[in-house]
Design a protein around this ligand. Structure first.
Ligand SMILES: *Cc1c(COP(=O)(O)O)cnc(C)c1O
Length: 360
C-alpha cells in the first residue's frame, strides 16, 4: 500500500482505500469482462445489476420501508433546494424551515420561489453555533413539511436527535447520511449529495415516500419531477454511472464494518477524542456549542489568524491534509466522516498537543 495522507477534506472527502483499489481495477476491466466500467451502457445487464445492488444496499443499511423510492439524481444536493418545493409545495401552501447555516439558507431562498416559507428558528445572528431543541420552535399545523439540515457541514453542528414534531420531515443529510441509524418512516424525503459520506461527487441520493410523487404540478419540467425518475428506476436518462457504482462499493464496505449503528459508535469515539483535546486547553476554541456538536465536522479556532495559517501549514507537511476552515467562518475544520480512520484523529490530536505546547 502506498503511503496515504490523512484527508480531513469536507468534500469530496476520504473514501475507504479498498473502494479506491477495487474501482481502479473495474474502471479498466469490469469484473474481467474485457470492458471498462465507465464504458458500459447504463442499460446493459452488467450496469443494471450494479444500480440494483447499490439501491438494495442503501435500502438495507438505512432500513428504507417498501413504500419509499430510492433515486439517483444529478445536479448536486443544491438542486434539491429547489426540487423539493417545486415538487411538494403549491403556490399558497406553507412550509417550515429551520435556518441553521448556509445550506438551509440557500434552501429557504429557493423555497420562497414556490410557496409560503416560515422560518421557525434561526441561529444566524449568533454565528450558527447551534441547532434548536424541539421546544425552541413551533410548526404551524397547516405546514406541508418541516425542512432541516441534519448536519451543518460548515459550522460543525448536528441535530443530536431528529426533530420530533407533528410534521412530515424533510432533511438534507448530505454530510451525515449513514453516520447513525435513522427512522426513515418519519420522513417524507431525505436527500444527500454522495461526496461527503457515501462516494464521489456526481450523484445525489433521494429517498422519497411514494405517495408524494403525485403532488407535483403539470408545469414542472419532466427532468425536474421526482415522479419521472421514480417511474424509470433512475434510468429516464443516462444516470451518473460511475458515481452510482462507487456508492455501491462504499455501501458494501459499510455493511462489512457493521452498518450505521457501528458507524455511530465509531464516529462518537473519533469526535470525542477531538473535542476532549479542544476542551482541555484555551489555545483551541470549538465553533459549535456543546449540545449541538457534530460528529462529522469539527471547526475550531486558534488564538490568531497567523497561528491558524502556521497550524494548517505544519499539519499539511505532517500528512494531515484539508484542515482549512470554510471561507465563511475561517479557522480550521477537521472533517471526520465514516471512512475517516480513527488513527488519523489520534494523529491530529497528538499534533495539536505538540503545536499548542510549542506555540502557546
Ligand atoms: C456539501 C453540502 C451541500 C451542497 O452539495 P452539492 O452537491 O455541492 O450541491 C448541501 N448540503 C449540505 C449539508 C452539504 O454538506
Amino acid at each position: 500500500m502506498p503511503e496515504r495522507i490523512f484527508n480531513f477534506s469536507p468534500g469530496p472527502a476520504v473514501l475507504p482505500y479498498s473502494v479506491l483499489q477495487e474501482a481502479a481495477v473495474d474502471i479498466v476491466n469490469f469484473k474481467g469482462k474485457g470492458i471498462g466500467l465507465i464504458e458500459l451502457s447504463h442499460r446493459s445487464k452488467e450496469f443494471m445489476a450494479v444500480a440494483d445492488e447499490t439501491e438494495a444496499l442503501i435500502r438495507e443499511l438505512m432500513g428504507v420501508p417498501t413504500n419509499y423510492k430510492v433515486l439517483f439524481l444529478q445536479g448536486g444536493a443544491s438542486s434539491q433546494f429547489f426540487m423539493v418545493p417545486m415538487n411538494l409545495l403549491q403556490a399558497g401552501q406553507k412550509a417550515t424551515y429551520l435556518n441553521t447555516g448556509v445550506w438551509s439558507k440557500k434552501a429557504i431562498k429557493e423555497a420562497k420561489l414556490f410557496g409560503q416559507v416560515e422560518v421557525a428558528y434561526s441561529s444566524e445572528e449568533t454565528g450558527f453555533k447551534r441547532v434548536p431543541r424541539d421546544d425552541e420552535y413551533t410548526v404551524a399545523p397547516d405546514s406541508e413539511y418541516l425542512y432541516f439540515v441534519s448536519n451543518n457541514t460548515i459550522y460543525g453542528t448536528q441535530f443530536p436527535t431528529m426533530p420530533n414534531k407533528e410534521a412530515m420531515l424533510i432533511a438534507d443529510m448530505s454530510s451525515d447520511i449513514l453516520a447513525r441509524p435513522v427512522d426513515v418512516s418519519k420522513f417524507g424525503l431525505i436527500f444527500a449529495g454522495a461526496q461527503k459520506n457515501m462516494g464521489p461527487a456526481g450523484v445525489t441520493v433521494v429517498i422519497i415516500r411514494d405517495d408524494l410523487l403525485d403532488r407535483v404540478g403539470d408545469k414542472v419540467p419532466t427532468m425536474l419531477k421526482y415522479k419521472t425518475h421514480a417511474e424509470k428506476d433512475s434510468m429516464f436518462n443516462t444516470p451518473p454511472c460511475f458515481s452510482i457504482y462507487c456508492v455501491g462499493l462504499v455501501m458494501k464496505w459499510l455493511k462489512q464494518v457493521g452498518g450505521a449503528a457501528a458507524m455511530e459508535k465509531l464516529n462518537r469515539e473519533k469526535a470525542a477524542l477531538l473535542y476532549e483535546m479542544i476542551d482541555s486547553t484555551d489555545f483551541y476554541r470549538g465553533h459549535a456549542e456543546k449540545d449541538s456538536r457534530s460528529t462529522m465536522n469539527v471547526p475550531f479556532n486558534l488564538p490568531t489568524k497567523e497561528l491558524e495559517a502556521k497550524f494548517i501549514g505544519e499539519a499539511t507537511a505532517a500528512g494531515l491534509d484539508g484542515l482549512k476552515g470554510h471561507r465563511s467562518v475561517g479557522g480550521c475544520r477537521a472533517s471526520i466522516y465514516n471512512a475517516f480512520p480513527k488513527e488519523g484523529v489520534e494523529k491530529l490530536v497528538s499534533f495539536m498537543t505538540d503545536f499548542a505546547k510549542n506555540n502557546g
